[in-house]
Every structure is written in C-alpha cells, then in structure tokens.
Ligand binder design. Structure first.
Ligand code: ATP
Ligand code: MG
Length: 310
C-alpha cells in the first residue's frame, strides 16, 4: 500500500464543539506532510486521534495500514510521537526516560541501549544523559522528546509543533534531523505555525480551520493558485496616501508594511508602468520597487480568513 495515513470523515466533538469536523485526507509513504492552522483549529485533536490517545466520534483512520481503533497496538508500534505537551518524567534522567520509552515499546535491552546512545549523540544530548529532565532547557527537552519518539525506529513520525519556542539554531537542527529521517524513508506528519518551516520541509500541506480542511496541496501549488496574492512592494521618498495608490489600475488591495507599501495585483507588470507614471506625476522618488510572489503565509492567511479556496 502506498498510503501511510488514510483518514476518512474523522470527527471529534467536545460537548457542543465540533473540534474536528469530518476531515478526509491521505498521506503517502515517505511523504513530509504539514498540518497548519490557527490556534484551536483542531490540529492537536487530529494528531491525538491518529496516535490513539483519544477516540474519534465518527470516521476512520488507518496508519500504515492499521486501523487506529481496531489495531491500535500494531499502529502504535510503527509510530513515533512528539506530543504538544512534554511526556517525559521530570524527576527521571534523560537516559532513564529514554530507556523507559524503549522498554514500553518492547525494544530489547541491548538494542535500546545501543539506539539510545546513538540518538543522544546525534541530537547533542549525550553529555546530559545523567541530568534530570527538570534541569534541562526547553530546547534540550524538545530534543529528548525527539529521541524518545525515535527509540522504536518508527516508520512514521507525528510531531506537534516540535520547534515552538526554540532558538534559531536549535530549531534548525531539529529541522535538519527531520529532513534526514525523511530522506531515509520515514513518513513525517508535522504541525507547525512556522510558515517558512512548512514551506522548506513539506511535500504537501493541509490547512485546517475550525475543524475543517480548507486546502491541501504542495506549497508551490498553493502559492501559484493564489494569483490575487501577487504583489508589488514600493517605497517612496515622501509619505504617500494609500488611498491614491489604491485607485491605480490593476490594484486589488493596498497595505502598509513597515516603510513600504504593498499593492496586491493580478498583473504586476502592468501595475509597475502605472506606478512609474504616478511617481512622475506626483514628483516623488522611488526608493525601492519589487515584484513579489505570494508567500505561504499570505496564502495561509487568506485561507483562514475565509478567503477563496484554491
Ligand atoms: N480535552 C478537551 N476538552 C474540551 N475541548 C477541547 C479539548 N481538547 C481540545 N479542545 C477544543 O478543541 C478545539 C481544537 O483544539 P486543538 O488543541 O486541537 O487545537 P490546535 O489546532 O492544536 O491549536 P493550537 O495551535 O493552539 O495548538 C479547541 O477549541 C479546543 O478548545
Ligand atoms: Mg495544538
């Protein structure tokens, strides 16, 4: 089977609230799949259902071919999980936590020692192995959680915002590790609020909002389809009223971004000519002018603001 995750009509309610609302999607084997959405969109709830922590109210999901309800033990054997809130015991050491997790997954003693040592070395935690978890920094804890998720050599890894709150270097090192694992064939299901991260890493991205999937595609296609988000960014030597720029032909929308003005358009080339005329007419000087394609962040905002679906 070429799918690693098959979700059909998956639904979770908390009282009146439908936190996850009949979502369906597939993730291929070996894919790096991003799951994006605003706070409260239903990302963690989805991950918790897929990893067998909570039961869905409706719908089904297969992970690596195993039904998450009927074959949850088999499914769990092939997954690694980095949950939203730390699942390490703070009064145990790094090494004890790791060995405990290995034991839980039934990894034989010698094997878990070997894997544990190699993971700690790879993630730069080896010198901290005898530290209690409560004495670790956030970045170190996050790396330990990743080690714990990898101790059973999973075929599929679920990560709920693994880089949140990390400094630039630690976040990058986690991204590099994920990329390497993915290159070795591990399927990755990642939630993140970091658009650049999703753009860099993911083969495909699903955007979830109010429990429903708003879009699902490659980052490139999501950006391309959103043509209306193309824009020209200009800055002038003098303050310029946004209203007069909004009246130029081909302008769909205007926004002030720092010192520059962003003009959204379907036709950047035509618009540039009009900007040049405008500058001459108003006796302004152009400080900068740049034609930009939409960033994933723009596409994302448009989607979750209830804008058009690609
Ligand atoms: N155990 C629970 N009991 C009641 N409501 C819950 C529970 N877990 C989640 N919810 C609600 O379900 C909705 C989705 O929450 P979820 O944690 O899945 O969001 P999220 O997309 O992970 O958000 P974030 O980006 O903030 O982590 C929210 O409205 C949340 O308040
Ligand atoms: Mg969450």
């Amino acid at each position: 089977m070429s799918e690693s995750i098959m979700v059909s009509n998956l639904t979770k309610r908390f009282g009146e609230l439908v936190a996850v609302d009949h979502i369906s999607f597939k993730v291929k084997r070996g894919e790096f799949f991003g799951f994006l959405g605003p706070n409260g969109a239903g990302k963690t709830t989805t991950i918790r259902m897929l990893t067998g922590v909570i039961k869905p109210d409706e719908g089904t999901a297969l992970v690596m071919g195993y039904d998450i309800e009927r074959e949850s033990i088999k499914a769990k054997q092939v997954m690694g999980i980095v949950p939203e809130t730390a699942n390490a015991y703070i009064d145990l050491t790094v090494w004890q936590n790791l060995m405990f997790m290995g034991e839980l997954y039934g990894v034989p003693k010698e094997e878990r020692k070997r894997r544990g040592e190699s993971l700690l070395r790879e993630l730069g935690l080896y010198d901290r192995r005898d530290f209690k978890v409560k004495g670790l920094s956030k970045g170190m804890k996050q790396r330990l959680l990743l080690c714990m998720a990898l101790i059973n050599e999973p075929e599929i890894l679920f990560l709920d915002e693994p880089t949140v709150g990390l400094d630039v270097r630690s976040a990058r090192s986690i991204r590099e590790i994920l990329q390497k694992l993915n290159e070795k064939g591990v399927t990755i299901f990642l939630t993140t609020h970091n658009m650049e991260e999703a753009n860099q890493l993911c083969n495909r991205i699903a955007v979830i909002n109010h429990g429903k999937i708003a879009a699902i595609d490659t980052p490139e296609r999501l950006k391309r389809v959103m043509k209306g988000l193309q824009h020209v960014e200009v800055s002038f030597d003098k303050p310029t009223p946004l209203e007069s720029l909004a009246k130029l032909p081909y302008v769909n929308d205007v926004r002030k971004i720092g010192n520059s003005i962003r003009l959204y358009t379907d036709s950047p080339c035509d618009l540039v000519c009009y900007i040049v005329d405008y500058v001459r007419e108003k006796k302004l000087k152009l400080i900068s002018l740049e034609v930009l394609n939409p960033k994933l962040e723009d596409v994302y905002l448009k989607l979750i603001e209830g804008g058009k679906q690609p």
